[in-house]
Design a protein around this ligand. Structure first.
Ligand code: ZN
Length: 116
C-alpha cells in the first residue's frame, strides 16, 4: 500500500511539469527506482490510473528504470554492486575494506515525463 502516497507525489510532480510546459496530455512517466525499494510497477500503474482519471495524465504509462544496489568504498573509492538482501557485511571487492557506504539503490524519482 505504500505505493499510493508516493504515486500521489509523483502525480503532483508530473502535473506541475506538464503545466509548466503547457502540455495537453501526459503520455508516459519515467521513474528511476532503486532495487532496494519495494516498489511494484503494476501497482503503481493501477494507482496512477485511479488518481489521474479525468486529468490530462489519464492513460499515461508508468515506466520504471531500475537502479542496482551499489556501494562505495571509502578507502579506495571503488564502486561495486552488492547483494543487499544478504545478511553478510558488505566489503569492498577491490581492497577488502569494510568502510563502505550506500552509493545507489534507494532512489525514487521522476526522471522524465513524455508530454504532448
Ligand atoms: Zn576498497
Amino acid at each position: 500500500m505504500h505505493e499510493l502516497p508516493l504515486t500521489y507525489r509523483i502525480f503532483d510532480q508530473a502535473m506541475k511539469a506538464a503545466e509548466e510546459n503547457k502540455a495537453v496530455r501526459i503520455d508516459a512517466v519515467y521513474l528511476r527506482v532503486g532495487e532496494m525499494r519495494d516498489f511494484v510497477e503494476e501497482i503503481t500503474q493501477k494507482y496512477w490510473d485511479y488518481i489521474s482519471r479525468g486529468t490530462i495524465a489519464e492513460g499515461a504509462r508508468i515506466r520504471f528504470l531500475r537502479v542496482p544496489a551499489a556501494a562505495r568504498c571509502s578507502a579506495c573509492g571503488e564502486i561495486f554492486n552488492f547483494d543487499w538482501r544478504s545478511k553478510e557485511p558488505t566489503t569492498c571487492l577491490k581492497c577488502g575494506g569494510e568502510d563502505v557506504s550506500l552509493y545507489s539503490g534507494s532512489e525514487l524519482e521522476v526522471v522524465r515525463i513524455a508530454i504532448v
